[in-house]
Design a protein. Structure first.
Length: 102
């Protein structure tokens, strides 16, 4: 549900972004990491690309979703678009959230 509501418009159901090749999920290192640490951190904090100046960056969703929802979407993304599914937990997401707030 989180992917459908927040992610699919930019990343597409196939993981190939209709907006930018930088938003593609398929084949990326983060999505193929079974720990899902980077996927969860990106969902929490977003990305900040500075070049080129008009580059599309992913917004942060940390304030919009609970730890359990972020864990669920990270696990969904790695299972659907990666080579191995992850099993990141809400508790692990909470720890990542603390790290990114420091």
């Amino acid at each position: 549900m989180v992917f459908q509501g927040a992610c699919v418009s930019c990343h597409g159901w196939t993981g190939e972004s209709p907006l930018s090749p930088f938003a593609a999920l398929t084949g990326t290192w983060a999505v193929n990491d079974p720990s899902a640490t980077n996927v969860a951190q990106i969902v929490i904090s977003g990305t900040r690309r500075h070049t080129p100046p008009d580059a599309v960056s992913m917004p942060a969703f940390g304030n919009a979703y609970s730890d359990a929802e972020i864990a669920a979407v990270a696990n969904y993304v790695t299972a659907r678009f990666g080579s191995k599914p992850s099993r990141i937990t809400a508790q692990e997401v909470a720890e990542l959230r603390k790290q990114t707030s420091q």
